[in-house]
Structures are given as structure tokens and as C-alpha cells.
Design a protein around this ligand. Structure first.
Ligand code: ATP
Length: 205
């Protein structure tokens, strides 16, 4: 069963993923995939160099993220071109990891851009980890040392909270403390197991 997991920056996706993995889910981390697809020698990195020039490649053949970031920041056309190169590669790698997990696995696609990449529609279940913006800002400041302005700018660059929760089948509220989240994820896991069982009954999928 394909489960999409998303949420705004710092909302608690990694925390929820780790709790689901403890229960038996196979978690695919899309932050990791996004790095893997542009490793030295990959087709996507070659396409990026062809589009943006050798100035975005370091002396040892790796992606120069700050250089690329400076080009695409505030340039929607350039960002669109970059996404057109990386997103298909990320999708393919995610699909390959899912196939490797086998047909009976509950596979969690932990993807901060699930909504932005329009990947929600292909999931059997979409889970959104949700917190009010002010809680998100406060956590980004206290846990990651961001300034309030930086935290708000990063949140503003993502899909809105409303757009994300609008795509959700299940919303996990992470406003409370982490032990409350752990309890909620216990209930979530039971729900996923029962949905997976219902899908595997012939004629009910
Ligand atoms: P990112 O979008 O940056 O990948 P994320 O959505 O994966 O973030 P986490 O890394 O799970 O979020 O959580 C962000 C930070 O907030 C972590 O330091 C985590 O320990 C902390 N955190 C998560 N849930 C809570 C909570 N309920 N109360 C307080 N802190 C929390």
C-alpha cells in the first residue's frame, strides 16, 4: 500500500516516519532521494550542468548547491526547469524503492513536496502532519536556530497549510508534545494496517 506523508517544514514528518518505521512501515525519505538523483555521474546532474552551466558543478564533479540555489532563487522559470529535470528522476527512484519493498509492504513516501509534485493523487492514503504556522515558526526558531523572518519566508515558499490539508485523507495534529504525537501515530498505524487488509481482500480493492 502506498502511503504519502507530508507536512510543512519542521511540522514533524521525520518524527512520524521514524515512529511508523518502528511499527513495520518501509519509509522512503524524499529529501534523501532528492540528493541521490544528483549524485556525481547521474543523468540528472548532467542535465543540470547542460541547462545552468558548469558553474553549478564543483571541482570534484558534485552539485554546487549554493551556486544553483543563487540561480533559481526568485526565478520561477529557472526553478521550473530544475524541477522538470529532478522531479521525474525522484519519482522514478521512489517507485523503484517501493517495488523493492514488495507487494505486501506498507510503504510510506515521506515527501515534503508531495502536494507540490502532484503526487498525492497516486497514493492510496495521504497523511498530513499539521501544526499551526506560529507553532511551526516557534519550533524552527528553538530547534534549528532560525530567525523568525527566515522561518516565515521558508514557510511562505511552500504550499499553504490549507492546500496541504485539503489533499489529506488523514491529518495528524502535532501541536501537542511529542508523547501525544507518538500515541496518535499508534492509532494511525492501526488504521493503515486495517486499510491495507481491506485492500487485499479480493473484490474490495
Ligand atoms: P523538515 O521539513 O525540516 O524535514 P520534519 O517535518 O521532518 O522537518 P521533524 O524533523 O520531525 O520535522 O521535526 C522538527 C523538529 O521539531 C525536530 O527537532 C523534532 O524533534 C521537533 N518536534 C517534532 N515534534 C515535536 C513536538 N510535538 N513538540 C516539540 N518538538 C517537536
Amino acid at each position: 500500500m502506498r502511503v504519502g506523508l507530508t507536512g510543512g517544514i519542521g511540522a514533524g514528518k521525520s518524527t512520524v516516519s521514524a515512529l511508523l518505521a518502528e511499527r513495520g512501515a518501509v519509509v522512503i525519505d524524499y529529501d534523501r532521494l532528492a540528493r541521490d538523483v544528483v549524485d556525481p555521474g547521474t543523468p540528472a546532474l548532467a542535465e543540470i550542468a547542460a541547462r545552468f552551466g558548469d558553474g553549478v558543478i564543483t571541482a570534484d564533479g558534485a552539485l554546487d548547491r549554493p551556486a544553483l540555489g543563487a540561480i533559481v532563487f526568485g526565478d520561477p522559470q529557472a526553478l521550473g526547469d530544475l524541477n522538470a529535470i529532478t522531479h521525474p528522476a525522484i519519482r522514478e527512484l521512489g517507485a523503484a524503492r517501493e517495488r523493492a519493498a514488495g507487494p505486501d509492504a506498507i510503504v510510506v513516501h515521506d515527501n515534503p513536496l508531495l502536494v507540490e509534485m502532484r503526487a498525492a493523487a497516486s497514493c492510496d492514503v495521504v497523511i498530513v502532519v499539521d501544526v499551526p504556522v506560529d507553532v511551526q515558526v516557534e519550533r524552527l526558531m528553538s530547534n534549528r536556530g532560525m530567525s523568525e523572518a527566515d522561518a516565515r519566508a521558508r514557510i511562505a515558499a511552500q504550499a499553504s497549510r490549507e492546500k496541504r490539508t485539503g489533499a489529506a485523507d488523514l491529518v495528524i495534529d502535532n501541536t501537542g508534545p511529542e508523547d501525544e504525537l507518538a500515541r496518535a501515530v499508534g492509532g494511525l498505524w492501526d488504521e493503515l494496517v486495517s486499510r491495507a487488509a481491506a485492500r487485499s481482500v479480493p473484490g474490495e480493492g
